[in-house]
Design a protein around this ligand. Structure first.
Ligand code: FAD
Length: 448
């Protein structure tokens, strides 16, 4: 089949790879200059199947309301929330109920476990090196944090995910660089989880996909899709004089650097056998004109990345792998010789304007655990838009529009879920039974 994939974030790249592996002729359309240039750009990099759970969960409503009254908090509300965000929040509120949560959690976790296995399989077969390290340590500052973690621990036990609850001393054996002055009551160690550079993985997999025949059309924006037996795309190409380097510059537009200047625009139509929409937040623009309204909003988050200082006297002074400060919901990860701190949940607000309070929380958590480790003069901050559905799981499979398939709405877990989602989508498209039960992952749940 001739298949068009719209979007070259981590979800689009993995989808293109799996479809090409099945023998399809695949073209990826991406408006940016390269892969992983938007939300998949500078994320924490955690692949933690046991922590892939819906944001809509029992107890979350109270946590979100409490965070309104704390100085350093995980959730930021910007004034003047749109009607769309308020509607999303009312759906999210309902999805926090115990029964709905359990179903959504089961769907997400089955996908997360499968996805991690698929990531490992792809990585070892293709020998991809993407700054990955093994293990994750979830830091619990107080006994109260440990008490709040009990439902998560029960979940890890239910899922059979290898983990142990350890004290401060054992935590320091795993992460010798942790600041001894910051109180640490306990930690949950997940030795089989991993941290890796999502953007680097996307670049490596793009090359593999190209070798399988996938064509990537960058600087190409799909303006419209026309569903049908042979669906069509209406698109235009912004041809600019820049090369791959332009992705950095184009990202710069988003993050306040210089812009590249388009020098020509060409409009075209393409007829294919199937379209797979992997356009994250902007999927709605393509689907709404056909009456398909998904409750998808951007939940922004931030990261700060900096080179680590080299200290010959303390070679273990940085994180060995992934760390999550459970109290602030902030992740700290080692990516090669760099350290990245990421987190924050921001509703509403401008897509590019940085919330200094949120970034302040990232710096505080980094300073609490690894004071002085980062060369802050060379730190880069980044803001990304998590494509979030109110109930948690992404949408995978047929859209209900002829010839149009969906792989989108991965929220906080797109990297952890990408390889599995892509394989499931490819199996569904080939009318094969996927390796996991896909109930709860389809679009039908929004039609009820
Ligand atoms: C601060 C932060 C930390 C995170 N940490 C983690 C983590 O540790 N682990 C994890 O699993 N997840 C994490 N996430 C979530 C993860 O980043 C997302 O779920 C994931 O990147 C979504 O991937 P995507 O491919 O759907 O979207 P994107 O990467 O945004 O890709 C969509 C692509 O579609 C393109 N596009 C859109 N419309 C069009 C069009 N009309 N024509 C052509 N191209 C189009 C865009 O340019 C874009 O490149 C984090 C997110 C944030 C913000």
């Amino acid at each position: 089949m001739r298949i068009a994939v719209i979007g070259a974030g981590i979800v689009g790249v993995t989808t293109a790879y799996e479809l090409a592996s099945d023998g399809h002729e695949v073209t990826v359309y991406e408006r940016r200059a390269s892969v992983a240039a938007e939300t998949s750009f500078a994320i924490a990099g955690m692949v933690s199947p046991g922590y892939v759970t819906p944001w809509a969960a029992p107890g979350m409503r109270r946590k979100v309301l409490c965070s309104l009254f704390q100085k350093h908090h995980a959730v930021h509300f910007n004034p003047g929330l749109s009607l769309q965000t308020l509607r999303w929040m009312s759906k999210w509120w309902r999805a926090c109920g115990r029964d709905q949560h359990q179903g959504n959690r089961a769907s997400m976790q089955a996908l997360a476990v499968f996805s991690h296995a698929r990531l490992r399989d792809v990585t070892s077969r293709l020998k991809l090196d993407y700054e990955r390290t093994d293990g994750c340590l979830l830091l619990l500052r107080t006994d109260q944090d440990l008490a709040s973690a009990q439902p998560s621990l029960a979940l890890l036990r239910d899922m059979g995910i290898k983990h142990s609850v350890i004290d401060r001393e054992a935590s320091v054996k795993i992460e010798p660089g942790l600041n001894p002055k910051t109180p640490l009551h306990a930690a949950i160690h997940l030795p089989d989880d991993e941290v890796g550079n999502c953007r680097q993985f996307a670049h490596l997999l793009r090359t593999v996909a190209q070798n399988l025949g996938v064509s990537f059309r960058f600087h190409t924006e799909v303006d419209r899709i026309v569903p049908g037996g042979r669906p069509e795309l209406v698109l235009h190409t912004n041809t600019s004089s820049d090369s791959d380097q332009a992705s950095v510059m184009t990202d710069g537009v988003k993050h306040g650097f210089a812009a590249t200047v388009p020098i020509a625009i060409q409009a075209e139509r393409e007829v294919v056998d199937a379209i797979v929409v992997c356009a994250a937040m902007d999927s709605s623009k393509l689907l709404v004109p056909h009456g398909l309204k998904l409750p998808l909003i951007a939940v922004h988050g931030y990261s700060v990345t900096a080179p680590m200082r080299q200290l010959d006297s303390h070679p273990d002074h940085g994180p060995q792998s992934g760390i999550v400060d459970d109290h602030y919901k902030v992740a700290i990860s080692r990516l090669g010789s760099r350290i990245r701190v990421a987190g924050c949940t921001e509703l509403g607000g401008h897509p590019t304007k940085h919330n200094m309070a949120a970034i302040g929380t990232l710096y505080k958590v980094l300073d609490d655990w690894y004071p002085g480790i980062a060369r802050l003069s060379r730190a880069q901050s980044w803001k990304g838009a998590r494509p979030m559905l109110p109930d948690g799981p992404p949408v995978l499979g047929l859209s209900g529009l002829p010839g149009v398939w969906l792989n989108l709405g991965h929220g906080s877990n797109g990297w952890a879920l990408a390889c599995g989602s892509a394989r499931v989508l490819a199996d569904l498209l080939a009318a094969r039974a996927p390796a996991i039960d896909t109930r709860g992952l389809g679009i039908d749940r929004f039609r009820r």
